[in-house]
Design a protein around this ligand. Structure first.
Ligand SMILES: Nc1ncnc2c1ncn2[C@@H]1O[C@H](COP(=O)(O)OP(=O)(O)OP(=O)(O)O)[C@@H](O)[C@H]1O
Ligand SMILES: [Mg+2]
Length: 378
């Protein structure tokens, strides 16, 4: 099923109410909005056509907490937000220009970055395909272990490319990876991306909008101001692949941290030893990237790639496993996997991982235990 059909299915998607109407023109008629696709924390996404009738995706900088629209033009909600809106628009432009430099076969291409309607836009290549969330939900398109491995290797290459240029994606998840017509993964949605040295932008509205997706975000992204780095993207990538292999995402990173800090068992169930359709170094590397504490994770995409592309150790050799092995079945105990595996415990109605704004401090006793425990552990 093409993305067009997919969009038809979601035609009743609640709109943000703030979006540009179909037929709206941007950049003196260079682009015509066809329809609203979605509204994330950072902006609004549209399907559009360029002047040559090519389909493109347009992302509009529209931070709903500080912006409003009147006759297509975007204004600050009040005078008090003028400075902040200007800062957000300029940040959007800067990040969009950085993304435009990331020319890579597995990263969505940027056509153009421009200003109009009092705000900023980027026009992206339209990718014909579906996101990993939808691919997994349909047994007819389930990925084989060989394909999952190839998806991981291509995404590692893309992530390494991003990190080598000093950026972090910060929102890797199944709904932000599209599989194109050739089943190539394309990383999209750089709305949360930042330069590695600019993790906490000046805008208070943006700071509170750091997004987390339960199961995919590492624990450090739940706390505003905590250090995140390449290992944070690797955690999210590992969680995405874990979802493909095991049929469900790993447990919420914040709960895992609270468990580890409270000296109870990490609820994470490692992949190693449970899925004989994959070689053990492949599974062990995912488990390692999903360690709660950043220092225990694989640190670079390059290292990860080397770990899984090195010759597979012969039977009997030692494979490094993460410390927590709770719930691991031995490869012998595990049921043999067919070559083409539909995700194990896939709910029939797959929903995209939910995003939530992150409060300045985590609430509740668990958070307190987690933060105190982390101080002890690190
Ligand atoms: N380049 C593209 N080609 C085809 N479809 C796309 C493209 N970019 C986005 N989409 C579609 O639009 C949806 C939303 O886009 P995206 O994930 O970039 O934004 P978001 O999650 O709504 O917001 P935010 O950028 O604020 O995090 C995607 O899930 C996908 O279905
Ligand atoms: Mg998205």
């Amino acid at each position: 099923m093409s993305l067009i059909q997919h969009i038809e299915i979601h035609d009743d998607t609640d709109s943000a109410g703030d979006e540009l109407k179909p037929g709206s023109q941007l950049l003196h008629g260079q682009y015509t909005i066809e329809r609203y696709l979605s509204a994330g924390g950072f902006g609004i996404t549209y399907l559009a056509r360029d002047s040559l009738e090519r389909r493109v995706v347009i992302k509009e900088c529209f931070l709903s907490s500080i912006c409003r629209r009147s006759h297509a033009v975007v204004y600050p909600r009040s005078r008090a937000y003028s400075k902040e809106m200007a800062a957000v628009v300029s940040l959007f432009l800067r990040e969009a220009r950085s993304l435009a430099k990331l020319v890579h076969p597995n990263i969505v291409g940027v056509h153009e970055v421009f200003e109009d309607n009092g705000t900023a836009y980027m026009a992206l290549d339209f990718v014909t395909g579906r996101d990993l969330q939808e691919v997994m939900a349909d047994p007819a398109t389930a990925l084989s272990p060989t394909e999952i491995r190839s998806v991981l290797i291509k995404l590692l290459d893309a992530v390494q490319f991003i990190h080598d240029r000093g950026m972090l994606h910060r929102d890797i998840s199944p709904d932000n990876v599209l599989l194109d017509a050739n089943r190539n993964p394309i990383l999209i949605d750089f709305g949360a991306a930042h330069d590695q040295d600019n993790a906490n932008p000046a805008s208070p509205a943006l700071s509170t909008l750091r997004v987390v997706k339960d199961g995919y975000s590492p624990q450090e992204l739940y706390v505003v101001g905590s250090e995140n780095g390449p290992w944070s993207d690797l955690y999210a990538l590992a969680a995405t692949i874990y979802r493909l292999v095991a049929g469900e995402p790993p447990p919420n990173g914040q709960l895992r941290l609270a468990a580890v800090a409270g000296a109870t068992n990490d609820p994470y169930v490692p992949l190693a030893g449970r899925f004989p359709a994959y070689d053990e170094p492949f599974l062990a590397a995912i488990d390692k990237s999903l360690q709660v504490l950043p220092k225990n994770r694989i640190q670079t995409a390059r290292d990860w790639r080397e770990m899984i592309t090195a010759p597979v150790p012969k039977t009997g050799s030692v494979v490094e496993l993460p410390p927590s092995k709770a719930g691991v079945k031995s490869a012998k105990q595990a049921a043999p996997q067919p070559e083409r595996v539909a995700p194990a415990a896939k709910p029939a109605t797959a929903k995209a991982p939910t995003m939530q704004p992150v409060p300045f401090l985590m609430g509740g006793a668990a958070a307190m235990v987690a933060v105190l425990g982390l101080l002890v552990l690190t």
